[in-house]
Design a protein around this ligand. Structure first.
Ligand SMILES: [Zn+2]
Length: 412
């Protein structure tokens, strides 16, 4: 248990001098030529979640309102959270395998496992929708006949990924799941999410696997309102969420939302402007996330990994190198704090190319590749080209000035 200085987290995070280049410096030392095993969990039952936007809304009174909202968009609206999200990732990883990675099948979560973070009345309401085609909420969440089992398998697969690292089968793992989870609240399905997969996994680690403290890092473009809600007053779950600021969906995640009661100080939000990218994400990781984790001392680090902050997707400007560098920092942190136990759970990501390539960039780092510093790709080539071309632009016969002159130094 972290006892005394919980309230100091935010003061520390803001005031403390950042450890210079903490993450990358450490991970470089830790991953030298290591070939790690990484287990990727995948289960075809999650492909049966195929909401149809033409079906009626529940409750019926919402139907008219939603129809008018959708018709006002001006373009046909399709359900963006569809099965091809998972099959695109699977396909890429089969075509371009990551050395050290292997697939395993997931499992369905039990009612008891889900009830650690959702109310029984909510679960009963969801379970009654088996076999139906309906909308659940004004908030973009619908189900098809296979959706309830898909959601049970998504949550159970996140648990399987956590169990694999605690059994020592792998240092780190990645649960490729859908429907996603981080918008799902204890009593409400929201934003394509039915059950909060990462929260179910965190609760399982604490209830069954002997974890006292769990850190959840959410780098999806959207704020993880459901995860924040579930652990709002819980001092043993540190929730760090970096996202595009309100009014972007779901509109929560302000700096001032820091938790409450015993959990005061263990909820850390970093809202960003729409065009923020790698530099902002990495600065937040190094200067806020790392000291927060060192203060909290987690037994496990979970990642709500959405790939919609990629520049090809909905918001923000993170690159593949950015995802890789963040993974490197988390890997180093997990090795320092909790024996390397690091589990990724898929959240959003709707551009199939950046989604699948983003997942692959994470897996390569988990498997042992040292990530490049974002923004440095091509710089070595430009330096070589500059050296190659430099002499062409010097007037013949002009005397060379030796002081502070790179051109002269290169030609020498
Ligand atoms: Zn998202």
């Amino acid at each position: 248990m972290v006892q005394s200085d919980r309230g100091s987290l935010h003061g520390y995070a803001v005031k403390a001098a950042p450890p210079p280049n903490w993450g990358l410096a450490s991970q470089g030392a830790l991953t030298v030529s290591d070939q790690n095993q990484v287990i990727v969990f995948y289960d075809e039952r999650m492909l049966a979640h195929e909401p149809d936007i033409e079906v009626p809304f529940l409750p019926g009174r919402m139907d008219t309102r939603i129809r008018s909202l959708l018709s006002g968009l001006g373009v046909p609206w399709k359900y963006p959270e569809h099965p091809a999200r998972l099959t695109a990732i699977r396909h890429l990883l089969e075509q371009e395998p990551v050395s050290g990675m292997r697939f395993e099948t997931g499992m369905a979560a039990t009612r008891e496992q889900l009830a650690r973070v959702h109310t029984l009345s909510y679960l009963d309401r969801i379970f009654r929708l088996r076999g139906q085609n309906v909308w659940l909420d004004v908030d973009t969440t619908a189900v098809s006949p296979g959706s309830i089992q898909a959601a049970e398998v998504a949550a159970g697969t996140a648990i399987a990924a956590v169990e694999a690292v605690f059994k020592g089968q792998t240092e780190s793992s990645f649960a490729l799941v859908r429907p996603p989870g981080h918008h799902a609240e204890p009593v409400r399905a929201r934003g394509f999410c039915l059950f909060n997969n990462v929260a179910v996994a965190a609760a399982h680690a604490r209830a069954v696997l002997g974890c006292e403290r769990v850190m959840i890092v959410d780098w999806d473009a959207h704020h993880g309102n459901g995860t924040q809600d579930i652990f709002w007053a819980d001092p043993d779950v540190l929730f760090f969420d970096i996202h595009r600021a309100a009014p972007f969906y779901p509109g929560t995640g302000s700096l001032e939302e820091v938790g409450d009661g015993l959990g005061d100080g263990t909820n850390v939000n970093v809202p960003l402007p729409a065009d923020a990218g790698d530099a902002a994400y990495l600065k937040a990781f190094r200067e806020i996330l790392v000291p927060a984790a060192q203060w909290f001392r987690p037994d496990l680090i979970l990642v709500s990994a959405g790939f919609d902050p990629h520049s090809h997707d909905l918001a923000l400007n993170v690159t593949y190198d950015g995802f890789a560098a963040m993974t490197g920092i988390l890997q180093a942190l997990a090795r320092e704090q909790c024996g390397g136990r690091l589990v990724f759970v898929l959240e959003g990501g709707y551009n199939l190319i950046s989604l699948s390539r983003g997942v692959r960039s994470v897996l390569k780092v988990l498997a042992g590749e040292v990530p490049p510093e974002p923004g440095r790709r091509g710089i070595a080539e430009v330096e070589a080209a500059a050296t190659f071309h430099r002499a062409a632009f010097v007037e013949p016969g002009v005397p060379e000035e030796p002081d502070n002159n790179d051109q002269v130094r290169h030609r020498e």
